[in-house]
Structures are given as structure tokens and as C-alpha cells.
Design a protein around this ligand. Sequence first.
Ligand SMILES: [Zn+2]
Length: 280
Amino acid sequence: MAHFLLLCGRIIMSKTAKRNVFIWIFIGSATLWVSACSSWIGKVNIFPVENDVALGQQVAGSIENDPTMVIIDSAQNSKIYNYVYGIRDSILATNLLEHKKDFVWRVRLIKNDTIQNAFCTPGGFIYVYTGLMKYLESEDQLAGVMGHEMAHAEKRHSTDALTREFGVNLLLELIFGADKAQLLRIATNLAQLSYGRDAETEADNCSVDWLYATSYNPTGAAGFFEKMEKEQKGNIPEFLSTHPNPGNRVQNMKQRWESKGKKVGNTYAERYKSMIKLLN
Ligand SMILES: [Zn+2]
């Protein structure tokens, strides 16, 4: 896996090098960024979208070389991986993602039952902890959380947040130069990255909108919040980190679902429970 990533990294770096001149013209100007899943507009991101995948590739490489992160081997665990890929593909098949084709949307499972979290790098490298998968009760809930995390990449919240935290120049340098220590800092901070209220609301809205176009219960992510609220335990995942009151977010997701026409979807709870046993 690491070798494959390194190889891809080199290919992407040589491609991006050709775009070097373009990038530096791009910096200093700004891209007007319009949101499709919510009504707030006018966000400015000076990190060029063409480089999101290259940055995500570097961060993913760093995550997967970190000995504290145990990635479940995708070749030896094809059944559970194909199941999770199927959930991802249902979301992508809605054709509601602007970056469906140019982002990677690769999923990797992290073996750690104590962390109930998931996150996504810029460019769409999705990571889901086994602790989250075992905590959730049905497939629509996992689809809802994955939709939420994919929205942070699709809407470039992760790139925004990393740009705020590290600066656009450092991020671009990492793509070309790969400072290992800095990459590791980014990789280890990614799961705890603070996106802010507007970004969380937008990711929740995307999750509802995207699942609405699938056969899933569209408010699957809300089911996760409700369970967390009811039980009040476990690590605080990225979802809740910026919001002390998940109740408002459940209400927002349900309102959005109602305004779209209250279509009822499937939870696929039985199928989910039998698949999750594969993680034991
Ligand atoms: Zn979030």
C-alpha cells in the first residue's frame, strides 16, 4: 500500500509541477465558492482545487505510515471493504457531487474500537474507525456519517481548515517537498479538525440531500446523534467537537428532510449487523 501511494504521489507531483506557474498566478487571487447544499454563499478559498488530491495523497501516505494507525488490509478483507465501497458508491451515484470524478473517494478502515470517528482528507481519502462502525446500529447511519465526512472534502471544508491552520504556502510546499514531520502533524490533527458551525451545517445538509437521492433513510446521520445524546458516552467525534448541542443538528436535519418531501428510506439494520460481525 505504501509503495502504491508513493508511486501515485510521484505521478501527481510531476503533473502538479507542470501546473506550477498556473498555481502561483492562482494564489493571491481567490476562487468564489458557492455552496449547493445550503443557502450561504461567498466563501473564499485560495488553495487551488486542482491540488486537493495531491495534498490528500500526501496526508494519506503519512497516516498509513504512522505505526499507531492500523489500517485494515483491503485485499484480505474484501467482503467488508466491498460493503463499505457499496455505501460510498450509492452516494456518488446520486451525481450530486461536483467532485465525483476528480476526487479519489478511497475508503480505508482504521482498526481501533475505542474511537467512534470518521474523517476525510482534502481530495477524498475517507477513513472510518472500527469503533464507529461497531457503535452504529444500521447502514443508513454509516451512510449518513460517510456522507457528512465526504461533504467536508467535496465542499472543501478540510482544505479551508488546513489553510487557516497551516497557511496556503506551507500546504503547497508539502505537495512538492513532502516535509514528513509537518505532514504527520496534519495527519494526526485531521480527525480533530475544527470546521466551524456553518461548515458542519452544510455537511449535515449534504448528508440529508445525498441520502435522499438513494434508497437510504435520508436522516441516517441524525440517528447517530440521537444515540450519542441518549447514551452520553464515548470519545467526542469530529461531528460533535464544534457543537455542544447535537439536538439542534438533529432538528435541522429532520426539518431539511421534511422540506424535501419526507421520503422514507431503508435503514438496512439487519444487513448492517451481519456485516459488522466481520470486524470481530
Ligand atoms: Zn463534520
